[in-house]
Design a protein around this ligand. Structure first.
Ligand SMILES: NC(=O)c1ccc[n+]([C@@H]2O[C@H](COP(=O)([O-])OP(=O)(O)OC[C@H]3O[C@@H](n4cnc5c(N)ncnc54)[C@H](OP(=O)(O)O)[C@@H]3O)[C@@H](O)[C@H]2O)c1
Length: 398
């Protein structure tokens, strides 16, 4: 069953490039201690000298090969930015500001936004993470290496999230914190007070990312739609731009906007383009056209409900194609989905309040192109199903 509005407000309150050292030490005529002088005492001096030269040539040739190999390896890692430490071990920074796992070469650990800020590829989602549980989930996430938490005013848990962040040993500046402007606060004069409330609850003086939660404005104090402000979100956006200028927010973006609504907003003379669009992306609702359009137009997507949300997660984890890929790769089905999302070029926001799952969801690896295509095909071959589909008396998706 799709999730209804009343549920939304419940919480108001290639292979791996295995680098092998060239095996100089096991080359003929060499031991780990140095050259072996095989049969030197029974051969004539000319033969011995020729042999020695051949060995020297062989050694020179192998050394040259090794040097070329090393130069190539070092140059490649230099071009892609060098190594950094992270919870996964060694990572390197990719050409496009992407951290890549050193052993698996390709899966980004962050994406670079137009502002130059680097948004971590995996976030802990905290929608429907209940009071008393959410703080522990955030602490567990930070402990295993997450540096990105996706929250919202409407989730009603910003205070506990903020407390957990402060209780951790991770400095605020190392954590990417997102919150979202609720529908009731789209009127320009309501934007800053709503943001201030989120900042106060989170106990921080800035957000890394602030999103318009839905392309739907409610009339003040209620939940009936303000059709004018919904159809023209520019005044709301201008206020968000001011929040960036004031330093309260580093990046601004949108959520649940389809292509028509994005173009409707961006046809205005924006000072700041939306940094991201956070939308539902899952096996059930993979939205290939939106993914393609966003890539072509340089708009980063964030995948919410990446496991199908609470209502579909069990079914998601039993999809035969995913079980096969999980077996092939040694990943769990949840890790297969999360890896797939990142490989599609999106930030991914899995939610869990169970530390074991929180940790599981953070370990990802690139899928082979064949496995990736099989999952892409399976996800895009059935009738799409939207897990989060609020009914507010307006067709959000048109
Ligand atoms: N912008 C928007 O309008 C919007 C809408 C929806 C969601 N979001 C964001 O996206 C985040 C994620 O979406 P979501 O919460 O709808 O769904 P989701 O992450 O797809 O799924 C969450 C469900 O999966 C379970 N789960 C998580 N990891 C698991 C694992 N490894 N094995 C088995 N079960 C697992 C969770 O249970 P447990 O918690 O019990 O482990 C929970 O029931 C939200 O938390 C929120 O931050 C944004």
């Amino acid at each position: 069953m799709p999730i209804r509005y009343h549920q939304l407000v419940t919480y108001e309150s290639g292979p791996n490039s295995t680098y092998e050292e060239p095996k100089l030490h096991s080359s003929p005529g060499y031991s780990s201690e140095g050259p072996l002088d095989v049969q030197a005492d029974v051969e004539d001096p000319i033969k011995t000298e020729n042999k020695r030269r051949r060995r020297a040539l062989r050694f020179g040739f192998l050394s040259l090969l090794a040097a070329l190999y090393m130069t190539f390896f070092v140059a490649k890692s230099f071009l892609s930015g060098g190594f950094i430490r992270s919870c996964h071990g060694k990572h390197r920074i990719g050409k496009h500001g992407v951290h890549q796992n050193a052993t698996s070469a390709k899966l980004p650990t962050y994406f670079t936004l137009p502002s130059g800020d680097k948004i971590p590829a995996i976030a802990l989602g905290v929608w429907r993470a209940a009071p008393g549980e959410v703080g522990e989930a955030v602490k567990a996430a930070l402990k295993v290496g997450y540096r990105h938490v996706d929250d919202a005013w409407i989730y009603g848990n910003e205070r506990e999230v903020g407390e957990a962040i402060r209780a951790s040993s991770v400095p605020r500046k190392d954590i990417w914190l997102t919150s979202k402007l609720w529908n009731t606060f789209h009127a320009p004069e309501d934007v800053e007070p709503a943001l201030d409330e989120s900042l106060a609850r989170l106990g921080t003086d800035y957000l890394d990312l602030y999103l318009i939660h839905w392309p739907v404005a409610f009339k003040k104090g209620g939940n009936t739609v303000d059709f004018d402000l919904t159809e023209n979100p520019y005044p709301t956006w201008q206020k968000l731009e001011q929040m960036v200028e004031k330093g309260k927010v580093r990046n601004i973006g949108i959520s649940n906007f389809n292509i028509r609504r994005i173009q409707n907003l961006t046809s205005n003379p924006l000072k700041i383009q939306p940094a991201v669009n956070q939308v539902e992306l899952s096996y059930w609702n993979p939205q290939p056209e939106l993914v393609k359009w966003s890539k072509e137009n340089g708009l980063l997507l964030e995948a919410y409900s990446p496991l199908g949300s609470a209502e579909k997660v069990k079914e998601s984890l039993e999809i035969p194609e995913v079980l096969v890929i999980a077996k092939e790769t040694g990943l769990t089905p949840a890790q297969v989905y999360i890896s797939w999302h990142i490989q599609r070029g999106t930030v991914v926001l899995p939610k869990s309040v169970h530390p074991v799952r929180v940790e599981e969801n953070f370990h990802v690896a690139p899928l082979s192109s064949d496995a990736f295509e099989r999952l892409e095909k399976a996800a895009t071959s059935h009738e799409p199903f939207r897990a989060v589909d609020p009914h507010w008396g307006i067709d959000i998706w048109n």
